[in-house]
Design a protein around this ligand. Structure first.
Ligand code: ATP
Ligand code: MG
Length: 252
């Protein structure tokens, strides 16, 4: 197994776009089968990948609660029932599968859904070469260790003063929370050119990683997302796809 790539960063910086592109890039680099994990309740990784999620883990949790209230049938435990439903909720494609965390309905926190996802991920991950985790903004999922064994933590940020300051705080927080990973990478997204902006040039030294890249603003990516087209429909020479392929090949 190559490992898990966990993508995080503040809201709207391009996490889902990068997760989708990474799934395609890794498939084309022969790193399949891939498990894509939509760990953001508000996300739409399924749209980027062109699949439809019928059931999320949040939904499964609700159903399991109802079944438990009605009385469990045929000697099956709540945990077993949930595991069964999770296996059913997996969207399977030839080169990748997708699982979505969703939002637990009704009252209650995400803790149970998180724990279930964590357990399920641990077991599922063994069947895949690479896991791509699209996280919600911030470090919530990572601090809860929903993915054990993160091979690459990718911090995504905007190419603005505010964006760079935010990613510095995110790095400090990850360090404080002892989020564990083997390699750290940073994508400064929607830059004006292929060079890192002046503001971001100190990041490799500050974060002790050589893996910091600029991902230029890409009109084709914007247009594809506006029209709801998938990453698999992008032409093979799309500059963002080509750039991410090169970047990921150094990381995994
Ligand atoms: N390099 C890029 N060039 C052009 N547009 C981009 C680029 N990266 C992302 N975008 C666009 O920016 C918008 C936000 O991207 P995306 O949804 O991937 O961010 P996110 O971090 O996942 O957001 P959220 O925190 O809401 O989940 C999308 O419309 C996407 O198409
Ligand atoms: Mg997203």
């Amino acid at each position: 197994m190559s490992g898990t790539i966990a993508i995080t960063g503040k809201g709207g910086v391009g996490k889902t776009t990068i997760a989708g592109l990474a799934v395609r890039a890794l498939i084309e680099a022969g790193k399949g089968p891939i498990l894509a994990v939509d760990a953001d309740p508000n996300s739409c990784l399924d749209v980027a990948l062109g699949v439809t999620v019928l059931k999320t883990i949040g939904k499964i949790r609700e159903e399991a609660k109802e079944t438990a209230a009605l009385g469990m049938g045929a000697g099956i435990s709540k945990q077993q029932l949930i595991e069964l439903r999770i296996a059913e909720s997996l969207v399977e494609r030839e080169k990748f599968d997708l699982i979505a965390m969703g939002r637990p309905e009704g009252a209650g926190c995400y803790c149970f859904a998180n724990n279930v996802l964590k357990d399920a991920l641990g077991r599922l991950a063994a069947n895949y070469d690479t896991v791509v985790l699209d996280n919600e903004a911030g470090l919530e999922n990572l601090s809860r260790r929903i993915a054990q064994d993160v091979a690459v933590l990718v911090l995504v940020c905007d190419a603005t003063w505010n964006g760079i300051e935010t990613v510095k705080r995110l790095y400090e927080l990850a360090t404080e929370m002892e989020v564990s990973y083997k390699k750290l990478a940073v994508v400064v997204n929607r830059t004006k050119g292929e060079e890192l902006p002046e503001l971001a040039k100190g990041l490799p030294a500050l974060f002790s990683t050589p893996h910091v890249i600029a991902l230029p603003l890409d009109p084709q990516i914007a247009e594809f997302s506006e029209s709801g087209r998938t990453v698999f429909e992008l032409p093979a020479d799309n500059p963002s796809l080509v750039r991410l392929k090169g970047f990921l090949s150094m990381l995994l």
